[in-house]
Design a protein around this ligand. Structure first.
Ligand SMILES: Nc1nc2c(c(=O)[nH]1)N[C@H]1C(S)=C(S)[C@@H](COP(=O)(O)O)O[C@H]1N2
Ligand SMILES: [Mo]
Length: 359
């Protein structure tokens, strides 16, 4: 099979948002399980899948610059982590006024098991200079940018996907940032960053640079289209902020939106996640304003993955019922009722409203 055939096959089960570059949501029932099968994991790429020569250059302000290959990464201690990734643009379609950008519904979120080397160990081997402040991550993908760049000094005909993290974050063993080469036990597929990518737990997906080619320690903060142009919250009434941690959010997975269910007890189920800490509480409402009931939240199965919750609903009244679920995390963050509007449409974690017909 050619690469094109493989890609077509890998993409067939997703809800396509954009053909080239390929962007697609997970099908709703992909959220039922703990792990999203690779072929159902959402895909978000700013440029077409690039060629990658297999080399990872570690450089910049380091004592020992070096070139790593997949074999070099595999020779390091390997770590496996289950990580929920959500695109910062997930839920953009529900924002008003509607921002420009990919029209994501609510399914640009998935959870996979990633295997790789720890970034802090890769950096330790290179020994960053004491003057280092940030680490810059470059992807192999580049090209003309569909959206107008926010920054005025960039050439939109040939942009490269580049991101940065503070040196403190990148070298923090507790952050457990991975240079991942396997997803769900298989080598990465082209849409998810083959041959290796960054996985930054707790952060919106944008930080997890795919098709990684360069890791450079910088002595000045990095500015670039995908760091300080796009992927910034441009609020209406306060200074702009970077998109970082995933905001607290709950999703109802069962019953499906608009489903018809029989009169009786129905176990409402869903997922909840937050980059700021475990979910401590999920409340469910079946009446509209007021009347929140405490759902049962399952303990986290790992530090970086969504949690299950459920609520036994006595659906005794035939008719249409609104359903809402509202999550709270260990940092005390609670979902808002109204999407927190910002010009580029990021971080919509508003309480979702769905309905079911009881017959
Ligand atoms: N090189 C590169 N890395 C990237 C991107 C990209 O466009 N190019 N998109 C980012 C964004 S916005 C998200 S949400 C995640 C999506 O990862 P996935 O496609 O494996 O789901 O990859 C991130 N890493
Ligand atoms: Mo994203």
């Amino acid at each position: 099979m050619t690469l094109a055939d493989d890609l077509e096959k890998a993409r067939a089960a997703l809800t396509m948002i954009h053909r080239e570059p390929f962007n697609a949501e997970a099908p709703p029932d992909a959220l039922n399980g703990d792990i999203t099968p690779t072929e159902l994991h959402y895909v978000r790429s700013n440029f077409a899948v690039p060629a990658h020569d297999g080399a990872l250059e570690i450089g910049g302000a380091v004592e020992h610059p070096r070139t790593l290959t997949i074999d070099g990464l595999r020779a390091m201690p390997s770590v496996e982590r289950v990580v929920t990734l959500e695109c910062a643009g997930n839920g953009r379609l529900a924002m008003r006024p509607l921002p420009a950008g990919e029209p994501w519904g609510d399914y640009a979120v998935s959870t996979a098991r990633w295997t790789g080397a720890l970034l802090h160990q890769v950096l330790e081997q290179a020994n960053p200079s004491a003057e280092g402040v940030e680490v810059r991550f470059t992807g192999a993908d580049h090209g003309s940018y569909l959206l107008h760049p926010v920054l005025t000094d960039v050439n939109s005909n040939d942009l490269t996907f580049v991101r940065s993290l503070t040196l403190a974050h990148a070298t923090d063993p507790e952050a457990e940032i991975l240079v991942a080469y396997e997803m769900n036990g298989e080598p990465l597929d082209p849409d998810h960053g083959a041959p290796f990518r960054l996985i930054v737990p707790r952060w919106y997906g944008v930080a997890s640079v795919k098709w990684l080619t360069h890791v450079d320690v910088l002595t000045e903060p990095y500015a670039g289209e995908f760091e300080t142009g796009h992927y910034m919250y441009q609020w209406a009434d306060r200074p702009p902020e970077r998109v970082t941690l995933m905001r607290v959010r709950a999703r109802i997975t069962d019953p499906a939106r608009g489903a018809t269910i029989p009169v009786g007890t129905y176990t409402v189920r869903g997922k909840a996640w937050s980059g700021a800490g475990p979910i401590t509480n999920v409340d469910v409402s079946v009446t509209g304003e007021g009347d929140w009931h405490t759902a049962q939240v399952e303990p986290p199965k790992g530090p970086y993955q969504w949690q299950d919750w459920s609520f036994a609903w006595e659906a005794t009244e035939p008719g249409r019922h609104s359903l809402r679920a509202r999550a709270t995390d260990a940092a005390g963050d609670v979902q808002p009722h109204v999407p927190p509007w910002n010009r580029l449409g990021y971080g919509n974690n508003a309480i979702e409203v769905s309905y079911v017909d009881v017959r």
